[in-house]
Design a protein around this ligand. Sequence first.
Ligand code: FMN
Length: 223
Amino acid sequence: MSSLLLLNGSPRGSRSNSMKMLSRVAEGWERAGGAAPQVLHLAYGVDFARAVEAFGESDVVLLGTPLYTDSMPAIVKSYVEALAPYVGRSGNPRLAFLVQSGFQEALHSRPVEWYFEKIARRLDCAYAGTIVRGGGEALQAMPDQANNRLWERLIGLGESLERDGRFDAEILALTARTERFSPPAAVAVKLALMIPGTQFYWNGQLKKNGAWDRRFAAPYSER
Ligand SMILES: Cc1cc2nc3c(=O)[nH]c(=O)nc-3n(C[C@H](O)[C@H](O)[C@H](O)COP(=O)(O)O)c2cc1C
């Protein structure tokens, strides 16, 4: 029976959208006959250290991350860099990834997907594919039953990972949904975002996290 290491790269840890999605993939993995995965959250220091060690002991590793500033949270990048000792080692695990973003269009996450594919090559790991999904923040607000179609697809992807050693291409495409808005849809979204109140949720997040006063901070600008 193959072993699966499930790594959650969200700074939110166990209550993150990434974890909600990863759990469903794990459900499919187990449904197809795989052993219960080891789950580690990179945001927790003890788990991070264990995750580097566990990489070398697993048959398959699935790393999930939210998209942060068109890239990934620092803990995910640090984790990838901590894998340097595994370069050139034989018997590295098969690698699979999940990238989910706030924006709806999947295209925002594609550069991170390409980066992960390249990392798999550099580590001499077989690449099992990357799940890409936009509109991830909606999972915080919506009841679980409202996302049944997404859960079914993620379960299907977990099953294919266990059964075929890689994600099913057809289910990957369905999960990604909108690759890019059509020009009329893009205009409609732009107009909708101009309506006062549409930023209510994110403004609330800034206030809740004590970042409201620094929302226009530009620490790297050369002023
Ligand atoms: C600091 C920060 C930066 C973000 N940057 C992006 C971004 O560049 N593009 C995007 O589509 N979503 C972005 N998001 C939204 C997250 O990707 C989205 O809310 C995701 O579902 C959070 O997942 P989590 O709960 O697993 O952390 C950002 C969120 C935060 C907090």
